[in-house]
Design a protein. Structure first.
Length: 670
């Protein structure tokens, strides 16, 4: 029997086969396939399940010390020029494949309950399978060219899923926004890939790094050109992983179904950018200035996401800005030259963030039974409260997620986030300080979410508040049902099982990354793990760890006093005292407004001016050419009489004219 690593190429193939068959069924026999929704969902689950089994086996093989596998074939060739394709399976790939297949399986199980009454149930599962297949293909890609193919497939699937409810204006606009913003980053990525190939004649990660290093040392490639190419490639991860200023698409992507929010934020699209930067570490490590830029972008993103999350009242958007902030931490780790720390936080974050998003979906599912199927009401925390007693599984797992992401030991988030902050403290102390403050903000806004949602009294029956929220959103109250639909209750097992399952790794997976004996680092990079063990000093670790826990505890305490004990009124203490700051954060740093004015309206104005040039200049030249041709044709037709005497007369006249011209120009004889 072949090793699982030898057949790793089958991992993305199985979900793809399922997506193709169900997609063809929707095209050829739409009604029949939609009526067989359970058969389709079980089939697609089985295909992803097979991929998950192979992924688990590859991970076990890598843990047991099996060699990495790389299989290539010539996809295209012309003379000495060849483009290889194939797959590579190494420790990083096996860890990522295990993560993606696990989260996808849980999201599919969850979706069976969440999307049960949706008419697009089968289409949704088809998109899910295609999405996961694209991400799996990206992970096992052995070079930049193949990665780019799957990179675009991931972007296409995210567009389809964010805009799944395309009949809603919000979803359609969010899908377009995600598509356009990612095209900006992807264009830079494409230019960077082509430039690196021009400089090194290779798409392979290690060969590119060696080629650039050699070219720079030989002065055949200017340093500024190498830096530019590195930055262009980095634009792709900036957009995919929602880094400032290309982060604006991610919060709007919450318009899609909640299971998609969990999948995008935990294991697929946003993870792709971090994964690519990790793959390109051999290249980026050559240029400290590029690593500084990566760390700077990550630090700004981390602080920006947390600061905006402080004022969000939409449950899903609060979690979305939390993801933006955590992605900033991961990118900060990459800039500090600590890819293992960044990937470790990616893994731990995927577990508790998927659980938090699925938990928010469970809450929204329950709220819709009370306030109706209007996202403005069902997702607003001002209408929630007191859900802990009605939804014990959801509330308990959500609390675990809040503790984990806040960095409270011994849960997973503490070990991964502290490893990043430790590396930042050594590499960029100023960036560490920003990350340190952000840790306190994270704890505050996450427990703010928890207390507003699950503690206190239920506020969903407040009709006046409902009218106020709908009015602010320019939605008519008449469009909503005046009577309550039912009472709050826990979600079905298909939705609570993934929450309980994800709670386990959210608690214990951090134990794989003890700084004094990191099993995770030993798997991904044994040399780095050995160096970390030898250089570990408890007297250096404890002060940073204690400080991190201390500031997180302060954030939790303030949230408790303000939103549970009601002893602090933050509206008076902060919002009224600093209205400009509060408005700045509420308006998301005005970045959406700036983009609207500069790029949306600016591009429309430019398009109108181009249209004017096209209609008056280009069309004018074309029309003038036509008129000249028409006029000359009309004039010349009178010379085409068919009479030889007339033609002879014209020739004779032409000769006389030529003699006169040349005679006039000839010099006078003296």
């Amino acid at each position: 029997m072949p090793q699982a690593s030898e057949i790793a190429w089958l991992i993305p193939v199985f979900p793809l086969i399922g997506a193709v068959f169900s997609g063809l069924g929707l095209i050829c026999a739409n009604k029949k396939i939609n009526n067989s929704r359970e058969i389709v969902s079980i089939s697609l689950l089985s295909f992803v399940g097979v991929s998950a089994v192979i992924s688990y086996k590859t991970l076990i093989e890598q843990i047991n010390g099996y060699q990495s596998v790389e299989k290539l074939f010539v996809w295209a060739s012309a003379g000495d020029f060849t483009i290889p394709m194939g797959f590579v399976l190494d420790p990083l790939g096996s860890v990522m494949l295990t993560l993606v297949t696990t989260i996808t399986l849980l999201v599919m199980i969850y979706s069976h309950g969440y999307m049960a009454h949706d008419k697009g149930y089968v289409r949704f599962f088809t998109y899910l399978a295609l999405f996961s297949s694209s991400m799996m293909g990206l992970i096992i890609s052995p070079n930049l060219l193949e990665i780019y193919v799957f990179w675009e497939l991931v972007g296409m699937c995210s567009y389809l899923l964010v805009g799944f409810w395309y009949d809603r204006d919000g979803a359609a606009n969010a899908a377009q926004k995600a598509f356009v913003v990612n095209r900006v980053g992807d264009f830079g990525l494409l230019l960077g890939i082509l430039g690196l190939f021009w400089a090194t004649k290779s798409f392979d990660f290690n060969e590119i790094a060696l080629g650039v290093s050699q070219s720079v040392s030989e002065n055949s490639l200017p340093v500024w050109a190498a830096l530019l190419l590195c930055f262009l490639v980095f634009l792709g991860p900036m957009a995919k992983s929602a880094q400032f200023p290309l982060h604006v698409w991610l919060p709007d992507a919450m318009e899609g179904p909640t299971p998609i929010s969990a999948l995008i934020h935990a294991a697929t699209m946003v993870a792709a950018g971090i994964f690519l930067v990790a793959r390109l570490q051999p290249l980026y490590s050559l240029f400290p200035s590029i690593q500084f830029i990566i760390a700077l972008v990550g630090t700004i993103t981390c602080f920006l996401g947390a600061s905006i999350a402080l004022t969000q009242m939409d449950l899903k958007k609060g979690l979305a800005y939390s993801t933006v902030s955590q992605l900033g931490y991961m990118m900060l780790a990459m800039g500090c030259g600590a890819p293992v720390a960044g990937i470790f936080h990616l893994i731990t974050h995927a577990c508790f963030k998927a659980m938090l998003f699925l938990g928010s979906g469970s809450v929204i599912h329950a709220m819709e039974e009370v306030v109706g199927h209007q996202p403005v009401l069902a997702q607003d925390m001002r209408l929630m409260g007191g859900l802990r007693k009605k939804m014990p599984f959801t509330s308990t797992t959500f609390l675990i997620g809040c503790v984990a992401i806040s960095g409270i030991p011994p849960l997973a988030g503490f070990w991964s986030k502290d490893e990043i902050l430790g590396n930042a403290f050594i590499s960029f102390p100023a960036f560490w300080f920003v990350g340190f403050l952000t840790a306190g903000m994270t704890a505050f806004y996450m427990f703010r979410l928890y207390f507003l949602t699950f503690e206190g009294d239920f506020r969903g029956g407040n009709k006046e508040l409902q009218k106020e929220l709908l009015l602010a959103s320019e939605i008519d109250m008449e469009d909503e049902h005046e009577e309550e639909h039912g009472s709050l209750h826990e979600s079905p097992w298909s939705m609570t099982f993934p929450l309980v399952f994800l709670a386990v790794p959210s608690v214990i997976i951090g134990f794989m990354g003890f700084p004094w004996d990191s099993k995770f680092a030993n798997l991904l990079d044994p040399e780095e793990a050995l160096i970390a063990i030898e250089s570990f000093e408890l007297k250096e670790f404890l002060p940073l760890a204690i400080a991190s826990v201390f500031i997180a505890s302060i954030g939790i305490t303030i949230a408790y006093q303000a939103y549970f004990a009601k002893k602090i009124n933050l509206s008076i203490l902060f919002a009224q005292r600093f209205p400009s700051v509060n408005k700045f954060l509420s308006n998301k740093w005005y970045l959406d407004d700036i983009n609207e004015k500069l790029f949306v309206k600016g591009s429309r104005k430019l398009a109108k001016e181009v249209l004017e040039v096209d209609s008056k200049v280009v069309d004018g030249v074309v029309n003038l050419t036509g008129l000249v041709t028409l006029g000359s044709g009309e004039g010349l037709k009178y010379f085409e009489t068919g009479r030889a005497q007339f033609y002879a007369l014209i020739v004779f006249g032409g000769v006389i004219l030529l003699v006169a011209i040349f005679g006039f120009q000839s010099p006078q004889v003296t």
